[in-house]
Design a protein around this ligand. Structure first.
Ligand code: FES
Length: 111
């Protein structure tokens, strides 16, 4: 993480159930915040394929299935797992500080 980037506060960790996802709007971004085994991951909420909202999708293991056309992404890397999606999701570096989830707004390169 780049220490010069100010972190953006998203939500309390308790807002995101284990194995679940919630939509959070912060700093002009609309994001999906995931809790996988009490590790938090953040992606853009908007599906790269169309109008789907990933926070309304189905989490299965490390993947999120968009409920619009059933495209699947890896939550940790943003990579496409199943079509029709062709473009990876943007992911963000996350940090938990004082029981709250933060992101580095600069994002990070996809794995
Ligand atoms: S809008 Fe998400 S798979 Fe089409």
């Amino acid at each position: 993480m780049n220490d010069s980037s100010p972190l953006i506060e998203l939500c309390p960790t308790t807002d995101v159930p284990e194995g679940g996802v919630v939509k959070v709007e912060a700093a002009g971004l609309t994001l999906a915040v995931f809790n996988l085994g009490n590790h938090f991951y953040v992606t853009d909420d908007a599906c790269t394929h169309g109008p789907g909202s990933l926070s309304e999708g189905c989490v299965a293991g490390e993947t999120i299935e968009c409920d619009f056309h059933n495209g699947v992404f890896n939550i940790r890397t943003g990579e496409v797992v199943e079509p029709p999606c062709m473009v990876s999701l943007r992911t963000f570096e996350t940090a938990v500080v004082g029981e709250k989830v933060f992101i580095n707004p600069a994002g990070r390169p996809l794995a």
